[in-house]
Design a protein. Structure first.
Length: 328
């Protein structure tokens, strides 16, 4: 079957619905946070607040990249892309990570060193503290929506029943939800770091600490960007499904009467939580050809029914292991 069936398209629409809502909420929160921090940075000259302003700008830009990826990934399969455009989400998430590392992280670190080198003071520090407190409130709201989206996606589409967002994070392979969750969590941590350092500066009058806060935030953003870039790179170059999913697919095939063993299983992600499967199975040589066709179709249907993330399944039967070529 070259093109995804109707169920696959409906599943894709559901995925986009789950993915886009947290992204849009994060975008709105980041734009508002960017405005608050930018105005406060202009008034106070705080390096830590400058880094957080860039952080909000980066998160807002990343939300735009992710929405572009979701839109492009929603295109139906065609002749040139028979498995659809699902990998668009990985590409644009990769672009977002590169933007975060190459622009935002470097700028934050540079601004921090500049603050330390020139021993610049923070003016009207109370304004910066109020702005960061407001930002904490915005980030808490954004994180809560990101967690809700991650849990709903994991529970409904991945079949995972959990209230632990970190467990859901490990099981879900949607880069949009994962990126928003990580971004919002790190953003909340970054605001907390900046707020903590500025409170200390306010109490001790040691303004050089403001520069160190900016450097710490920049390093955190850089590490996050590298991690996200590497994860999306793996999906772009053809990462396989996790061992648990492959084991379940093999168990379903082995349980079918007439199939003696699963000799090879290959999987690859074709989009957020969408995989294709190739199975090499050994069947009973006494099985009649017409029964074999029905058997393979039933196995394929059962795999797709029990594992909704399977977009397409290709089963290659052999009657004897001696028929297997070296490539397997």
């Amino acid at each position: 079957m070259p093109y995804p069936p109707g169920g696959g398209r409906r599943r894709l629409a559901t995925e986009i619905q789950f993915g886009s809502r947290p992204v849009k909420i994060a975008f709105a929160a980041n734009i508002l946070g960017f405005i608050i921090k930018a105005v406060s940075t202009h008034i106070t000259g705080s390096a830590a607040l400058f880094s957080e302003t860039l952080h909000s700008l980066a998160d807002a830009m990343n939300s735009v990249f992710l929405l572009i990826g979701l839109y492009l990934a929603s295109r139906p399969a065609d002749r040139t892309h028979p498995f659809g455009y699902g990998k668009e989400v990985y590409f644009w998430a990769f672009v977002a990570a590169v933007f975060m590392l190459g622009v935002i992280s470097v700028s934050s670190i540079y601004r921090g060193f500049d603050q330390i080198t020139h021993d610049q003071s923070v003016d009207t520090i109370e304004v910066a503290i109020v702005a960061l407190v407001a930002s904490v409130c915005l980030e808490v709201v954004s994180v809560s929506f990101a967690v809700q989206g991650l849990l709903r996606y994991a529970n409904r589409l991945s079949g995972l029943k959990t209230k632990n967002p970190f467990k859901a994070f490990r099981k879900v392979h949607d880069p949009t939800l994962k990126l928003v969750f990580v971004e919002d969590t790190v953003a909340l941590s970054g605001v907390a770091i900046a707020l903590g350092f500025l409170v200390v500066v306010h109490q001790t009058d040691i303004h050089v600490l403001d520069g160190y806060a900016s450097i710490i935030i920049g390093v955190v953003l850089g590490v996050l960007a590298v991690i996200l870039a590497m994860e999306n790179r793996e999906k772009l170059i053809g990462a396989a499904a996790d061992e648990g999913t492959e084991r379940k697919i093999a168990d379903i095939a082995r349980a079918a009467p007439g199939i003696k063993d699963v000799l090879s299983i290959k999987t690859m992600f074709m989009g957020s939580n969408r995989i294709i499967v190739h199975l090499l199975v050994e069947f009973d040589p006494e099985l009649r050809l017409e029964r074999l066709d029905d058997l393979l179709q039933n196995v394929e249907k059962r795999i797709k029914r029990e594992i909704p993330t399977v977009l397409d399944c290709f089963i290659e039967p052999v009657a004897d292991m001696d028929e297997i070529h070296d490539e397997y």
